[in-house]
Design a protein around this ligand. Structure first.
Ligand code: FPP
Length: 249
């Protein structure tokens, strides 16, 4: 396993890194290429990042690959994104198995094209037994729809008597979120310089550290990854306490 940074060796590295992969279109424009080429290069950055996360011993990495709002893009671009995803999963199945990485899809699964659902199911099943590393893929994902779906399930469980709502707290709610079997993200990285969460893991990132880089997603690599991790380990996570309380001073 690679050392993160000297500082990181002393401090706790993130267990769950979630990434808003942004800037594929701008990368393509800057290179006088069609937008899809930006997404294709973005797929290469996905492969690099997955390897980096594993090499650095980060057990959970979640990538925002397609939001519920992304259906509003031109049909050609949506189709091309689905094709890239299909190819990525087909190419990476062996690699995920070899590297013992579990795939976990979050998002409204049943609204994805049937052949993508099939591919995802096959990949999830083939990797379900791996416990050390997880790749979370957010597809047709949006926090607001996720919360609505969770509330529906909670109401149903409460009505049927399976759930007592009186002592209900966030830890109970967590189990109804799509990320229920993953820890909340410690670090959110967003590329391309935009400073917003865009409906991504809104509840789960309540205490996450946020790192924004101006690098466009297709250019994201080891140098940027290390900068983000270093930024994270240098932060003081206080969870509402004072700095003195944390350091007993
Ligand atoms: C945002 O860039 C990126 C997306 C909406 C799609 C992300 C997709 C990939 C990285 C490739 C396919 C994914 C996998 C997992 C194989 P943008 O298009 O909004 O960029 P812009 O803001 O510069 O136009």
């Amino acid at each position: 396993m690679k050392s993160l940074t000297n500082q990181a060796d002393k401090t706790q590295a993130p267990k769950h890194v979630a990434i808003i992969m942004d800037g594929n279109g701008r990368w393509a424009k800057a290179h006088n290429l069609p937008r899809i080429e930006g997404h294709r290069q973005g797929t290469e950055a996905v492969k690099r990042t997955l390897k980096l996360a594993q090499d650095h011993g980060i057990p959970f990495i979640t990538l925002y690959a397609f939001s519920v709002e992304n259906w509003n893009r031109p049909k050609d671009e949506v189709d091309a994104l689905m094709d890239l995803l299909d190819k990525f999963l087909a190419d990476q199945l062996k690699e995920l198995i070899k590297r013992e990485i579990r795939l976990r899809v979050i998002g409204r699964f049943e609204e994805l094209p049937a052949h993508i659902q099939e591919r995802l199911q096959k990949t999830e099943q083939a990797t379900a037994h791996f416990t050390k590393y997880t790749l979370g893929l957010a597809l047709n994902y949006g926090s607001r729809t996720e919360i609505i779906d969770a509330l529906r399930a909670v109401t149903k469980a409460s009505k049927s008597g399976d759930l007592n709502i009186d002592n209900f707290d966030y830890n109970d709610l967590r189990r109804y979120l799509q990320t229920g079997d993953m820890p909340d993200p410690d670090l959110i990285i967003r590329t391309s310089g935009e400073s917003r969460l865009s409906n991504f893991l809104l509840l789960q990132s309540a205490y996450a550290e946020i790192h924004i880089t101006s690098v466009l997603w297709p250019d994201f690599g080891e140098a940027e990854f290390k900068i983000a991790i270093k930024d994270y380990v240098e932060r003081e996570r206080r969870y509402g306490k004072t700095s003195c309380q944390l350091h007993n001073t």
